[in-house]
Write a protein that binds this ligand. Structure first.
Ligand code: F6R
Length: 247
């Protein structure tokens, strides 16, 4: 595991965008696994800038998002499809047919989960999987549990995740309780796993995920078993890590 400790959120964002940009230049049809949330916002902004100012070409790039709320349609402003359009897809030359996000309105949600896994099988594996991490160390919506779930599945969001996601909704009762989430196989099968984290709120999750025992009670800890992981975290998010020392 390579850990890059950076000064702040901006540096984290630039570093992650630099890695993604380099991949897209060397492999123009790269398959990117992408998260939503506040952590990747700066990275997406920088990728859009690289597209406009440095001709970074996304025309052949394929993307697979990690998750979508159940019950929110594509055009609901809080859906993850709307999020991806607003923060990335509308600002780069990606073909939206090459972007994949679970359908939160599917009539048969189990069938939608199988359809989504089939996309991973079709593409083989993602070239790079970008992930954020929850304060409870969830990755995608793989919440702390008794065992790891390999496949795309219906995730029951924990109260702490609902609390964290509430900031995007007017009322807490509007926050969906369930989501379709890629499972651990989808995440771990990537060639390069890149975890981004910033702020002291993530410090415990980062420390346990990078240095604690590997356990489904700390879903992020599974990344320790991946052969090619880059963690990009600011000093605040690294502050509880045993090897952290300030520059
Ligand atoms: C979102 C996702 C989640 C977020 C996590 C951190 O697609 O998969 O696991 O990465 O909840 O969210 P932020 O970045 O908002 O702190």
């Amino acid at each position: 595991m390579k850990i890059l400790v950076v000064a702040d959120e901006q540096e984290m964002s630039l570093e992650a965008a630099r890695i993604i940009g380099a991949l897209v230049r060397t492999k123009p049809d790269a398959v990117l696994g992408l998260p939503t949330g506040s952590t990747p916002l700066g990275t997406y902004g920088e990728l859009a800038r690289m597209h406009h100012e440095e001709n970074l070409d996304f025309s052949r790039v394929r993307t697979i998002n990690l998750d979508e709320y159940i019950g929110l349609s594509d055009d609901h402003p809080q859906s993850y499809r709307a999020f991806m359009r607003k923060h990335l897809f509308d600002h780069i030359n990606i073909d939206e047919n090459n972007t994949h996000i679970p359908n939160g309105m599917a009539e048969d949600v189990e069938e939608e989960c199988r359809r989504y896994d089939a996309i991973f099988y079709r593409y083989g594996r993602t070239d790079l999987q970008l992930i954020g991490i929850g304060v409870n160390a969830h990755i995608a919506f793989n919440e702390p549990a008794d065992c790891f779930t390999p496949d795309t599945h219906i995730a029951e969001l924990t109260e702490s995740t609902i609390d964290a996601n509430q900031r995007n909704f007017d009322h807490r009762d509007e926050v969906p309780r369930t989501a379709i989430s890629v499972g651990m196989r989808g995440i771990m099968s990537t060639r390069h796993l890149v975890l981004i984290a910033c702020g002291e709120g993530k410090a415990e999750a980062v420390a346990k995920s990078c240095f604690g025992p590997v356990t489904p009670r700390v879903p992020g800890s599974l990344i320790q078993l991946h052969p090619y992981v880059t963690v990009i975290a600011d000093e605040a998010a690294m502050s509880l890590c045993p090897v952290f020392f300030s520059a």
